[in-house]
Design a protein around this ligand. Structure first.
Ligand SMILES: C[S@@+](CC[C@H](N)C(=O)[O-])C[C@H]1O[C@@H](n2cnc3c(N)ncnc32)[C@H](O)[C@@H]1O
Length: 226
């Protein structure tokens, strides 16, 4: 098993603040050869990402939600940079869905090429997939990027959410934030109460948390469908 804190230590030693600065400032001559994709990938391993994801991982572990037969699906999972190493050897199967084909391609063919993670390039609101019925944990740390999770279901009306089709007793772990001015953030929230209003009707909250970082506050809700 990969110790995620050890991974954080290694990356913090390898990727200095100076290196991050170079990648984040492409106009600066030193960074001009860096592509947006490289910056995006590096961002997924940033100190802020470790801080918020480690909180989520610790809470999931403390709640004893998972075992070796569990299946996890990660919505808007980006590269899976931190969550895949954290959970891969703890569960039977991880599914990760992201609508960005380039992100999925890098994760599937480079970062995690030696794993059996089920990578899918699609909009999570597009299709109901049969494996959802077997999932024990639905993770979405990209809630600020999409419609509220209570509307998870067929577009354009979202009037019949798919939550009623998943296993009763399955869990969710959702994160959103109040970072309104970041590109792509179409559904930020300003408080945990506001975030709770985005939960599906049959959701029971087991745990809530707030994580401060350089750019604002991330809100975390973990719970169960009843
Ligand atoms: C910037 S990333 C991750 C940000 C998040 N706060 C985190 O820390 O994990 C957001 C990801 O959500 C994906 N995404 C946004 N809307 C989506 C949707 N409807 N279906 C699937 N993926 C989506 C994007 O392609 C992107 O890779």
């Amino acid at each position: 098993m990969i110790d995620i804190k050890q991974l954080q230590t290694i990356l913090d030693l390898l990727i200095t603040n100076d290196m991050r600065e170079v990648v984040n400032n492409p106009k600066d001559n030193r960074g001009e050869n860096r592509t947006a994709e490289e910056k995006d990938l590096l961002d997924s391993f940033s100190p802020n990402q470790f801080k918020s994801k480690i909180k989520l991982i610790e809470h999931i572990n403390n709640l004893n939600i998972l075992n070796k037969d569990s299946q996890i699906v990660i919505f808007g999972g980006w590269y899976g940079s931190i969550l895949i190493p954290a959970f891969y050897n703890e569960v039977k199967q991880i599914h990760l869905i992201d609508r960005d084909e380039k992100v999925i391609s890098r994760a599937k063919h480079e970062l995690f090429k030696d794993t059996n993670v089920n990578f899918i390039s699609a909009d999570v609101f597009k299709d109901f997939r049969d494996f959802y019925k077997d999932c024990d944990l639905f993770i979405n740390t990209s809630c600020e990027h999409m419609q509220p999770m209570k509307q998870w279901g067929p577009a354009p009306r979202y009037s019949r959410p798919w939550w009623t089709r998943v296993k009763k007793g399955s869990h969710f772990a959702f994160q959103s934030n109040d970072m309104y001015d970041i590109e792509g953030h179409i559904n930020c929230v300003s408080s945990i109460e506001e975030f709770k209003n985005q939960l599906p009707d049959n959701a029971k909250v087991l745990l809530e948390d707030k994580i401060r970082d350089d750019r604002g506050t991330r809100y975390l809700l973990i719970g169960k469908y009843e």
